[in-house]
Design a protein around this ligand. Structure first.
Ligand code: FAD
Length: 246
């Protein structure tokens, strides 16, 4: 016997959760189907853990600059693994808060992959749900270029799984995720090469923002004429974009 809802939402990320919660607040009987920890990309492998890494990168830069402001501090190593542990624990706390938010609003949460049986019937594991409205909020996935050796690389999802900081890294891409991660790695001590195919980073971004990000914190252009740009002057470009994006 299918369970009937006013609204079924497929995907428990930012979009799906916002939609489900608003509908429930207006009195709808709602189900959210999400097999992964609640919160989707933003909470688990996007904005939230990225900002934790961004704050670590900013602190590293601040400590390096502090002597110039009269402080007697020294940057004496950094424990990436400890940072990751604390970051993961923070994300797990958020997952639990998101689950409690659903419960508080009486929203059913099914931990399974959803598939449609027909336009009004959704199957989630052993459960069959019907609803006059079904929202598909399944997000996106990183695009890996179809080139030989691409499977040796990692995506931004893999970045959040790194247990140790690599000594060197090549980042392929010039979008905001690539630029932010390049800045974070560089500030924390990794030698970064950004491989880009355009003249500048952040091609689709507003002209003023892209112009600022195409200048390093040393005030010199990143110089992308060879199609490679070294991010060795800290996270400033990434930070500026991060602020604009948040
Ligand atoms: C590294 C990185 C940094 C980012 N930084 C920022 C930032 O600073 N600021 C900002 O605004 N945005 C940022 N973003 C973008 C932001 O994370 C996304 O725009 C946002 O998460 C999209 O939300 P969504 O609900 O559409 O999809 P998602 O959050 O991806 O959620 C989709 C969910 O659907 C689930 N799903 C998929 N298929 C099924 C199925 N068949 N059945 C059930 N569930 C399914 C998935 O498991 C997933 O949890 C960042 C993204 C990345 C990758």
């Amino acid at each position: 016997m299918p369970a009937h809802f006013d609204l079924v939402v497929i995907g428990g990320g930012s979009g799906g959760l916002a939609c489900a919660q608003r509908a429930a607040e207006h009195g709808a009987k709602v189900a959210v189907i999400e097999p992964q920890p609640l919160g989707g990309t933003c909470v688990n492998a996007g904005c939230v853990p990225k900002k934790v890494m961004y704050y670590a990168a900013s602190l590293a830069e601040g400590i390096r600059d502090a002597a110039g402001y009269g402080f007697e501090v020294a940057l004496d190593g950094h424990d990436w693994h400890a940072l990751k542990r604390a970051r993961d624990a923070y994300v797990h706390r958020l997952n639990a808060i998101y689950a409690a938010n659903l419960e508080r609003r009486g929203i059913a949460h099914l931990k399974a992959m959803a598939r449609f049986d027909d336009a009004r019937t959704v199957v989630a594991g052993d459960e069959v749900l019907t609803a006059p409205q079904v929202v598909i909020a399944t997000g996106g996935r990183p695009g890996v270029p179809d080139v030989p050796g691409a499977d040796y690389g990692i995506t931004s999802d893999g970045f959040f799984g790194l247990e140790r900081r690599p000594a060197t890294i090549a980042i392929v891409g010039s979008g905001y995720v690539a630029v932010e991660l390049a800045g974070i790695f560089a500030a924390l001590g990794t030698k970064v090469t950004l491989v880009i195919r355009h003249e500048r980073v952040l091609p689709p971004c507003r002209r003023s923002c892209a112009a600022s990000a195409n200048t390093t914190s040393c005030g010199r252009p990143t110089g992308a004429s060879s199609g490679r740009s070294s991010a060795s002057c800290g996270p400033s470009a990434a930070n500026r974009w991060s602020r604009a994006w948040s």
